[in-house]
Structure formats: C-alpha cells, structure tokens
Design a protein around this ligand. Structure first.
Ligand SMILES: *[C@@H]1O[C@H](CO)[C@@H](O)[C@H](O)[C@H]1NC(C)=O
Ligand SMILES: *[C@@H]1O[C@H](CO)[C@@H](O)[C@H](O)[C@H]1NC(C)=O
Length: 188
C-alpha cells in the first residue's frame, strides 16, 4: 500500500507539473531566435516616420508568437505608410494592394497576424479614452528583418500594431506624438 501511495502521489505530481507547463505554454511567448544586424547598403534604409535601421553587429530578437489575445490585449502602436512608395515598400500581404493612409488599416506582429487568419477582419484599438476600428491588411514580420525584403529594418517585436495615420488621427493623438503609443486592442 505504501508503494502504491508513493506511485499515486508521483503520478499526481507529474500530472500537476504537466498541466502547469501547458498553462504557462498558453500564456508565454518565447523568442524563436536572433538576427545579427548588417549595415544597410548606402541609401537602402528608409529613415522616414521614425523607421529604425538595423545596426551592424547588434542582435535582434525574433518571435513566431505573440501574447495571447484578450478583450484588452496590450500592444505598442507604431506608424506606417501603406501607400505606394512608402515605408513598407511592397503592397499589403493580405490582398496584394496598397491602401490609402486616410483609411484605418494596420499590420500585426507575426503571432497576431497568425498566417493571415485576421486578414481583412477588423480590430478595435483603444487608447487615450477613444477607440477606432481598423482593418488588418498586413504582417509586421517578427521572424525576419535587416535584409532588403524588410527595407533593412529590424524584425518587429511580438506586440506591434503598425497603423496608418488615420488610426493615429482617430485616437486623437497630437501629431508630434505619432509613432509610439501603448494601446489595447481586441477583435472587432
Ligand atoms: C511617412 O508617413 C506619411 C503618412 O503616413 C507619408 O505620407 C510619408 O510619405 C512617409 N514618409 C516616408 C519617408 O516614408
Ligand atoms: C471592416 O471594416 C470595413 C470598413 O468599415 C468594412 O468595409 C469591412 O467589411 C469590415 N470587415 C469585416 C470582415 O467585417
């Protein structure tokens, strides 16, 4: 009986540990790797709108996941141009189109973009006591960066909503503060 009791409690402990790990797995998003920055060829990194260029030798963390989405998911709002010849370069990944910066459109970090599952769906972004509904049209790549495909910009962190100026305007953020803001969002 004693031995059975030991086995049973070991089994119980194993089950507890296992479920504990599953819960942690569901919440935490760990880095997937690192990229070492290369110096962009002259004139190759678009510095407009606070875009960051990779620095030679600096290590940038990459992610395939993003934090779990809730009714008030914390994120960092950045500014992006979605028209032709702006920051992003290529047309939006969801529909292979450019979008007017006067429409509320966003790119999401890789984990939230979720292989396009949110493409052309709307999300509600809240900050500053206001909210705006914006359409998901693109990915903010958290898995790669510092190459010509990404305009020699670092990989996105895993918590980015990269938004058109229409979003910033609708949230009533003063123009000189556009570029970086803590916000919350949820699926609309
Ligand atoms: C910065 O963004 C604005 C509006 O989103 C756009 O008109 C402008 O061309 C962008 N500048 C650069 C250098 O990409
Ligand atoms: C998202 O919002 C836009 C603009 O209001 C609308 O045209 C579009 O149908 C919406 N998308 C979905 C999937 O509801």
């Amino acid at each position: 009986m004693k031995i059975f009791g030991l086995k049973a409690s070991l089994l119980l402990m194993a089950i507890l540990l296992f479920t504990d790990c599953l819960i942690v797995e569901g919440q935490a998003c760990h880095p997937s790797g690192k990229i070492r920055g290369k110096k962009p060829p002259p004139g190759e990194c678009n510095q407009g709108n606070d875009s960051d260029c990779c620095k030679e030798g600096k290590l940038y963390t990459t992610y395939k996941c993003s934090p779990t989405v809730s009714s008030h998911t914390k994120a960092y709002l950045t500014l992006n141009g979605f028209q032709k010849d702006e920051d992003g370069g290529a047309p939006s990944e969801c529909d292979n189109q450019y979008h007017s910066d006067d429409t509320p459109v966003v790119a999401l970090s890789t984990g939230w973009y979720n292989k396009g599952s949110r493409c052309l769906n709307n999300i509600t972004i809240s900050a500053n006591g206001r909210s705006v509904v914006a359409m998901v049209v693109d990915e903010c790549d958290s898995t790669m960066g510092c190459d010509s495909d990404h305009d020699y910009q670092p990989p996105c962190t895993n918590n980015i909503i990269d938004a058109s100026r229409a979003v910033w305007k609708a949230l009533g953020v003063p123009h000189d503060q556009w570029g970086g803001l803590d916000i919350t969002w949820t699926d609309a």
